[in-house]
Design a protein around this ligand. Structure first.
Ligand SMILES: *[C@@H]1O[C@H](CO)[C@@H](O)[C@H](O)[C@H]1NC(C)=O
Ligand SMILES: *[C@@H]1O[C@H](CO)[C@@H](O)[C@H](O)[C@H]1NC(C)=O
Ligand SMILES: *[C@@H]1O[C@H](CO)[C@@H](O)[C@H](O)[C@H]1NC(C)=O
Ligand SMILES: *[C@@H]1O[C@H](CO)[C@@H](O)[C@H](O)[C@H]1NC(C)=O
Ligand SMILES: *[C@@H]1O[C@H](CO)[C@@H](O)[C@H](O)[C@H]1NC(C)=O
Ligand SMILES: *[C@@H]1O[C@H](CO)[C@@H](O)[C@H](O)[C@H]1NC(C)=O
Length: 651
């Protein structure tokens, strides 16, 4: 309609009455449209100006300002505490160990101190197999008795049991061994000489739910080692691309965006296949380039590809440690009172030991290793501090052993903490969105590729996402290390931070969804503001409709009602700030609902015309749901549901 206006305004009646009459008729025909257009414009301008009054920063020039908080900000301090050191106690003696050549030994010191003779003990080991085409089962080989020491054949993982006087089970544990690569793999991956620094290895050490600030607070020794000894670059603008581990690590490992708009239900969902064998993951590219590949993640029920999915039919990498963790979790004897232990050993040490063994074994091989620790950092803000010196030691030993000479070390968090009390604060919200990421490059690499180092340095405080680091990994896998990239991009979204990225890129360009964008200009609103109340009401209505609309959950989950509004902000995203036409405003509200006492945070979009706000992207559950949603299996519904059996007092 507005396009037609200039034609009408420029019309002047000519002396010829007929023409004038026709024009008049035309004008009358247009009149309703003109009035309508004026109305539209005035409504939008009014809506716009009401909101602009509240916008603190009003600029056409849009550039993301990366939030910069003090890790020890007073808002944060009250949530910091000292964690209990791990005390496994000694539910069993250290009867056996496995050496780096694959020999299993009886521990003579232990036996000598036990008051029994060596011949009083009888120990067996069984090979741990991955069962055919399944990520969820393992089987055990025939138990082999051994004395003193024995080479564990071709096995990589073994379960060991010892009996005292042939009767009493006194010991049960597992050992993981990193065998040398197969002849074929050895052939392709072996470096030509000790000075062959071509194609560096890549070692990724991930920690679930670790923000940059929380690494600084909880892991000062590790942080210091990374930044001062390994000279790692710490990126301050990395922002998550989805709610939990899966969408973020999928972005890093596959470049695929699983945070999808669903046209049918008009909501965002996470697309998750049952099996991942057919999905190209970054380790496949490394493998094609002659790298040995390894994937090791603890907590087998929560792992990236198995949580609400079935993982892989065939092992995804050359070295795949999942069967070992399944076997360790199945051991019910000699459990420590401290659930951070398997028997007498802290669980995380099994991961760290494996990484060390692997790095030593592959010192003169090209490898890509992805390792991920969930156990200590997922549920608690402070717990992970107990492993700080263990992490530091691991890096120290590898560095002193010359094992990092040709290795790019990447330490990362997938996102920050999502459920603790800190999450209710403004800093906590930012930390949830902004994971840790440090990249250490070996000396020779820096020497050969100064332009790539310059790229990383330039981008260290830039807005970046996991899609960008997928591009960086692919550059390494494809040896695309020249000044100019040989490709536009490997995936569909990011840009490799090895090369210059515009300072003014938007969240959208980086693949960061609106609800996680940290660039928005924010204005705190009063919780009794009518707009906030409406947004809160719309958010709860949305959750209820998502929850109760599904046939699966019909009758299973209780409807939720708004109890209180904890906080609210108005957000203005991107360069559209100064345009009344089509102006949209986002309200972020944090609410508590009954009967579950659940805390939710959601982003609600409102335009001049919307009667009801539209929910943008994910609604975040920011306190733990625990057992509340045991009656549903869908990963989104688990965040929302309060099972009705809790209401009836059955539980
Ligand atoms: C043998 O057991 C003792 C404790 O009895 C332990 O300190 C030592 O580290 C063990 N040796 C090996 C090689 O695991
Ligand atoms: C796995 O499957 C292959 C062929 O399908 C079969 O030959 C093999 O015996 C199976 N192994 C086990 C442990 O079931
Ligand atoms: C959703 O709609 C958009 C545009 O209308 C279309 O491009 C996209 O393919 C649709 N997605 C699905 C999953 O149908
Ligand atoms: C690693 O580098 C250090 C210093 O550059 C050197 O002394 C050491 O011999 C190297 N180690 C190996 C295994 O290449
Ligand atoms: C970003 O900056 C470049 C110049 O560096 C400019 O050409 C471009 O228009 C800017 N984009 C936005 C969205 O502001
Ligand atoms: C969840 O339920 C199980 C039994 O169903 C119970 O053992 C456990 O303590 C409950 N956990 C919580 C956090 O309520």
């Amino acid at each position: 309609m507005s396009l037609k206006l200039p034609i009408i305004y420029s019309t002047r009646c000519s002396p010829k009455k007929v023409t004038c009459f026709i024009l008049l008729l035309m004008l009358m025909g247009y009149l309703p449209f003109i009035i309508y257009d004026m109305y539209v414009t005035s409504v939008e301008i009014k809506f716009y100006s009401i909101h602009m009054e509240d916008v603190t920063c009003n600029t056409n020039e849009f550039m993301c300002i990366i939030p910069d908080y003090d890790p020890y900000d007073p808002q944060v301090r009250q949530y910091l505490s000292t964690s209990h050191v791990i005390q496994c106690g000694q539910p069993q003696l250290y009867l056996t160990y496995l050496d780096s050549d694959g020999f299993i030994h009886l521990n003579k010191t232990t036996i000598r101190n036990s008051g029994h003779k060596e011949s009083d003990y009888e120990c067996h080991y069984s090979e741990i197999f991955r069962t055919n085409k399944s990520d969820d089962k393992f089987s055990l080989g025939i138990a082999q008795m051994f004395r003193e020491t024995e080479k564990i054949r071709s096995s990589t993982f073994v379960l060991v049991r010892c009996y005292l006087k042939k009767a009493e089970l006194v010991y049960e544990t597992g050992h993981a061994y990193v065998p040398p690569p197969s002849a074929e793999l050895n052939e392709v991956s072996r470096r030509q000489g000790y000075d062959d620094t071509d194609r560096p290895s890549v070692l990724i050490f991930g920690l679930d739910s670790m923000s940059r600030l929380n690494v600084i607070r909880q892991l000062p020794r590790t942080y210091h080692f990374l930044t001062n000894v390994l000279d790692a670059i710490v990126f301050t603008g990395v922002t998550k691309t989805g709610d939990n581990t899966f969408p973020n690590m999928m972005a890093l490992l596959s470049g695929i965006n699983v945070h999808k708009w669903n046209n049918k239900t008009s909501t965002f969902t996470v697309e998750r296949p049952a099996y991942f064998d057919d999905i190209p993951l970054v380790w496949d590219s490394f493998k094609d380039s002659g790298y040995v590949t390894m994937y090791n993640e603890d907590s087998p029920s929560l792992t990236i590809f198995n949580f609400c999915a079935s993982g892989f039919k065939d092992p995804p990498t050359d070295y795949y440690v999942r069967p070992f963790w399944l076997a360790m979790n199945s051991i019910n004897n000699f459990k420590s009172k401290d659930n951070r232990c398997y028997g007498s050993t802290p669980k995380h040490m099994y991961l760290l030991d494996y990484i060390e063994q692997f790095a030593a074994r592959m010192k003169y091989h090209r490898y890509f290793a992805f390792t991920f620790l969930t156990l200590l950092s997922h549920d608690d803000l402070n717990e992970v501090q107990v492993a700080d010196s263990d992490f530091e030691n691991m890096f120290l030993k590898m560095q002193q052993g010359g094992q990092l000479n040709n290795t790019i070390v990447i330490m990362l968090g997938d996102h920050g903490n999502r459920f603790t009390e800190l999450r209710k604060t403004d800093i906590g919200r930012i930390e949830d969105r902004m994971p840790f990421l440090a990249v250490s490059l070996p000396k020779q690499f820096k020497h050969r590729f100064p332009h790539l180092v310059a790229g990383l340095e330039e981008n260290r405080n830039n807005l970046l996402s996991w899609f960008d680091f997928y591009e960086m990994l692919m550059d390494l896998a494809h040896n695309n290390l020249g000044k100019k990239s040989l490709v536009n991009r490997y995936g569909t979204i990011g840009s490799s931070p090895f090369r210059w990225i515009s300072r003014n890129r938007t969240c959208q360009e980086a693949g960061i969804p609106d609800e996680y964008c940290i660039c928005a200009r924010e204005t705190q609103l009063n919780t009794d503001d009518e707009r906030v109340k409406n947004a809160a009401r719309d958010l709860v209505a949305f959750i209820n409709s998502d929850l109760l609309g599904g046939t699966v959950s019909q009758g299973l989950c209780s409807p939720l009602s708004l109890k209180r509004i904890l906080s609210a902000q108005m957000l203005t995203l991107g360069p559209q700030v100064a345009q009344p036409r089509g102006f949209r405003v986002l309200y972020r509200v944090m609410v508590q609902v009954m009967p579950s006492k659940a805390l939710f945070e959601g982003t609600v979009e409102v335009t001049a015309w919307s009667k009801q706000g539209r929910i943008v992207g994910d609604v975040n559950r920011i306190n733990r749901y625990g057992n509340q949603s045991h009656c549903v299996t869908d990963s989104i519904q688990q965040l929302y549901c309060f099972c009705t059996d809790f209401l009836n007092g059955i539980r």
